[in-house]
Design a protein around this ligand. Structure first.
Ligand SMILES: [Fe+2]
Length: 158
């Protein structure tokens, strides 16, 4: 199979896994911040759905077939802080993979259209990760993780 198609299909599968996890948390979230977190998850799986749709249709536009392989296992009783930090980590992981692996691969293939799509995807993942971290910061947990991950580089002394 052509490299561009194979790469895009692999990304679609990864994105779908994240969408399903986000959707599941939308259903199962509980706690004091229920309404806002429930809504945040909905906004994010909606955003992911639009992105995935564009990617799969790009596969078709390039003459390929949209093939997906998704395996998702959600453990019961995940605390909200863990939902937020876990999803943020997945967004950060996908953003890093876009920048370091997938965009360079498609760039090398000369596929400017897909590079543009993935660049937008990278920006979306960064933004969603930030929103998840900021929402989790109510308890202080996610902020410290964000700092550890180097997401919020500080200047000066602190
Ligand atoms: Fe819903």
């Amino acid at each position: 199979m052509e490299k561009r198609i194979k790469t895009l299909n692999a990304i679609v599968s990864d994105e779908l896994g994240l969408l399903l996890e986000t959707w599941n948390y939308h259903w199962n979230v509980e706690g004091a911040n229920f309404a806002s977190v429930h809504k945040l998850f909905e906004e994010q799986y909606d955003g992911l759905q639009e992105l995935i749709d564009e990617m799969a249709e790009r596969v078709r536009a390039l003459g390929g077939v949209a093939e997906t392989k998704v395996a998702v296992e959600i453990s019961a009783g995940t605390p909200v802080a863990k939902m937020l930090s876990g999803l943020a980590e997945r967004h950060e992981g996908l953003s890093a993979k876009m920048g370091k692996k997938w965009i360079p691969v498609l760039d090398k293939e000369g596929d400017v259209g897909s590079v543009d799509l993935l660049t937008r995807a990278l920006q979306m993942h960064d933004k969603m990760a930030w929103m998840l971290r900021a929402t989790g910061a109510v308890g202080g947990l996610a902020v410290s993780q964000g700092f550890r991950a180097g997401l919020f580089p500080l200047t000066g002394s602190r």
